[in-house]
Ligand binder design. Structure first.
Ligand SMILES: [Zn+2]
Length: 335
């Protein structure tokens, strides 16, 4: 797992730079709100910073050593002055916040320092939020809070205003590809997933989704029949495509897949095969790339982008797709 300072710095350079400065200048806030998509390293960064606060042998004055007694206990989840609160069932309940307050009313077990993490802080019940607010209003000099959330808009503004907000960036595509492979995704499938979402959990869910596996086959088939006769393309559209892509979100995903095929053809033509995302279809794509001129590929790309705009503007999906197929075929006379 990614968790050392150097590893997390590659994922979230801006945030780590800020945290480094606050450690070096001894200006640590009482409360931080860490917000961003799932899988971007929020909890890992909160725990890293916690280790930096407790570490006895910091490297360069800010990096936790990862091997002293305190670092090891935090890594193992058994440091007596570090508390992690997660939703009990659907929400974080007022009793959980009260327990935390009771705990913090005591002195730190080993020093005066205490840290708590609230995971899914947006899921606090109203009474838990109010209770936390009082807690934040009377900060103990040595207490540091990390509120972690994917949905900062759900957090009470009065709580937000008492936190230093750290906004996490989505993972860079190559980092996401590597994390997908670490999580057991086949290397040939990871680039496509990473180009459709920058959310690790979402990509992992797509990877095992039967609907998505079928969707890829249909999109490749539709692209393949474009060059045959117009009638066959319309038949594929009516039976395969509309039988599968029903909801608006599904149609968007279908159009994105189509766009990625066309982009791959472009990468093949400009000798950048490393950028291809449909790795499993590479031989077939090479044949298409030989047949199509780069001008035609550009026309197809614009046609797909135009279709996405029409869908956004609530055009009837049936009509939008029929026009798209005609537009994609029209390019075939251009050599
Ligand atoms: Zn240490």
């Amino acid at each position: 797992m990614v968790n050392t300072w150097d590893q997390l710095e590659k994922l979230q350079p801006t945030i780590l730079r800020m945290l480094k400065n606050s450690l070096l200048k001894h200006r640590v806030a009482h409360a931080y709100l860490l917000e961003g998509l799932k899988g971007v390293g929020k909890k890992e960064v909160a725990l890293l910073f916690t280790r930096a606060l407790f570490c006895e042998e910091k490297v360069d004055g800010y990096k936790p050593c990862e091997s002293c007694h305190n670092c090891r206990r935090i890594l193992n989840g058994n440091h007596p002055d570090v508390h992690i609160v997660e939703p009990d069932g659907l929400s974080i309940k007022v009793d959980q916040i009260r327990e935390l307050q009771a705990e913090f009313a005591k002195k730190g077990v080993e020093s005066l320092k205490k840290v708590y993490l609230l995971i899914h802080a947006d899921r606090m019940s109203v009474s838990a939020s109010n209770s936390l607010l009082k807690f934040l209003e009377e900060p103990n000099a040595q207490t540091t809070a990390f509120l972690i959330t994917e949905q900062p808009q759900q957090i009470l503004p009065t709580i937000l205003s008492r936190c230093q907000v750290l906004t996490f960036q989505p993972l860079p595509p190559q980092v996401l590809v590597n994390r997908l492979i670490e999580n057991g995704v086949e290397p040939t499938k990871a680039p496509l997933l990473a180009s459709l979402t920058n959310n690790l959990e979402e990509a992992l869910a797509l990877n095992v989704d039967e609907w998505f596996a079928q969707a890829q086959k249909i999109v490749v088939k539709l692209y393949e029949v474009l060059d045959k006769n117009p009638l066959e393309a319309m038949v594929t559209l009516q039976y395969d495509w509309f039988g599968h892509f029903k909801e608006k979100e599904q149609i968007y995903l279908g159009l994105d897949l189509l766009l990625l095929i066309v982009k791959d053809l472009l990468y093949i033509q400009i000798n950048k095969e490393g950028n291809i995302v449909f790795k499993g279809e590479i031989e077939r794509l090479k044949k298409y790339a030989l047949r199509a001129s780069s001008r035609r590929i550009q026309i197809q790309m614009s046609a797909i982008l135009e279709a996405k705009r029409k869908l956004q503007a609530n055009m009837n999906p049936q009509l939008m797709m029929e026009q798209l197929v005609l537009n994609l075929q029209e390019g075939s006379s251009i050599v």
